[in-house]
Design a protein around this ligand. Sequence first.
Ligand SMILES: Nc1nc2c(ncn2[C@@H]2O[C@H](COP(=O)(O)OP(=O)(O)OP(=O)(O)O)[C@@H](O)[C@H]2O)c(=O)[nH]1
Length: 341
Amino acid sequence: MAFIPRHAYIPPESIPRSYFLGHHRSGLSKMTSMLAQIDLIIECRDYRVPLSSTNPMFERLLQGRKRLIVFTKRDVGSPFPPTLADKKREALLSSHFHPSTSLFTASTPKDTNRVLTLIRQHARDRQSLTGSRLLVVGMPNVGKSTLLNALRAAGVHKGKAARTGAQPGITRSIASSVKIVEPDERSGAGAVYLIDTPGVFVPFVPDPETMLKLSLVGCVKDGIVPLETCVDYLLYRMNLVDPEAYGAWCPPTNEIGVLLENVAKRTGRLGKGATLDLEAAALWVLQKWRTGHMGKFVLDEVSEETLEERRKMDGAVSMNQAKKRGKEALRQKSKSQNMEE
Ligand SMILES: Nc1nc2c(ncn2[C@@H]2O[C@H](COP(=O)(O)OP(=O)(O)OP(=O)(O)O)[C@@H](O)[C@H]2O)c(=O)[nH]1
């Protein structure tokens, strides 16, 4: 019989929905005080969650400021060459965020040069002998420090200036500025300096599914949301795209227990007394997906409607406002579900 994936997923209401840490708060307040000296903001978002990785607090803070939006990790969110659906989604995002420029990147020299070209253009347009100061901002673990290092290597041929890592929270405070472009006497453009900032999470995530998505892509530290719950949601999403994505380790299934047992057996993830270590298996699956080895796909639905919904939500900046809007959204959702029944 043909495999039928689950058609819906109801996330447990018990999933924690806040992850706003001390260094997020202090980073944000320092950023706010620095903004007056900043000429261009580079905002990084994760390609796989282009809407969920927006931060309403940045939206308010950065309103009206010149911004370049870099959607990172395209290599793990879209196959190569990209599908028509990927191209359409990117076009929709670009037009939605206009006049900010959107770029969709992987950490390759070619993509780094595309970002650098726009930065050089900006410096030429400014014609400031004292140079330009840029701030790179975004949610935790979206690839800000990786981008800074790549721009520095390509722009001034210098080594790593910022620490990077697979878990969120590697950058804890605002660093000193790093030169990424030398001054250009011919065009009159001054040097360009980039300042790295700690990733800042949202004060409150309005719905549990968004928290699951942010956990899957690594914006939230592993373990805050139970790993098995994260991988169960991932299994649901993989099955909708391609149940063969994990075919090398397990036949198509809707049962998280079956997937984890098969993975633990086939990869030798064993605990005390040779019992299967399902937690280690869950982490292994998560990492496989994060590195693009269990299907490359985007978790957010991007349409005119979802973009508009997100725009409204980005008005909610405080914890209380975000909670209120989250509750209201859930009320509306269950109301429309009741009407459908
Ligand atoms: N596949 C892929 N991985 C990337 C890309 N950019 C960054 N990464 C990886 O994502 C992880 C996080 O990168 P960082 O640069 O440390 O992220 P950050 O935004 O500075 O993180 P915080 O310290 O939490 O603010 C690292 O393991 C990087 O190697 C990309 O374009 N593609």
